[in-house]
Design a binder for this molecule. Structure first.
Ligand code: DAT
Ligand code: MG
Length: 149
């Protein structure tokens, strides 16, 4: 089954939105297979955002991710990678649709609350970067019988 990496950024944790955000993934019907809170090292943040290392905002982004604890998660379900991006909304919260996490709770691109993998291959890479194999569960919620045909 498809998996994606989701991280509630320091602003989401500081603003007390952890429960709200997790609740949206749960309510949608996805399965939580990994969850931890952590203070992110510079090394991990730089590796995670390596694709953006030439961008002008890279230094500030890494500082921000390391500034306060985050909540890292792995969610599972059919089409979860693309669907999580829809639940999250556009990168700039001001242009994100209402009903999305960024659209409902954010006002600036540098404080957009949450990260979600942008493709299946990226998700695999990010899950391996943030979680060890033994931190991930393999389980099937009994409610899946009522979510999937
Ligand atoms: P996303 O998080 O939607 O995948 P991205 O991969 O383009 O967006 O950028 C990663 C993060 O970098 C983004 O969530 C917030 C930050 N960021 C992107 N563009 C930025 C900008 N122009 N100024 C400041 N921060 C930016
Ligand atoms: Mg991205």
């Amino acid at each position: 089954m498809e998996r994606t990496f989701i991280m509630i950024k320091p602003d989401g944790v500081q603003r007390g939105l952890v429960g709200e955000i997790i609740g949206r993934f749960e309510a949608k019907g996805f399965t939580l297979v990994g969850l931890k809170s952590l203070s992110v090292s510079r090394e991990l943040a730089e590796e995670h955002y390596d694709v953006h290392k030439e961008r002008p905002f890279f230094g500030g982004l890494v500082d921000f991710i390391c500034s306060s604890p985050v909540v890292a998660m792995v969610w599972e379900g059919d089409g979860v990678v693309a669907c999580a991006r829809k639940l999250i909304g556009a990168t700039n919260p001001l242009s994100a649709e209402r009903g999305t996490i960024r659209g409902d709770f954010g006002v600036s691109v540098g404080r957009n609350l949450i990260h979600g993998s942008d493709a299946i291959e990226t998700a695999q890479k990010e899950i391996n970067l943030w979680f060890s194999e033994k931190e991930l569960l393999s389980w099937e919620p009994t409610v899946n019988a009522w979510l999937y045909e």
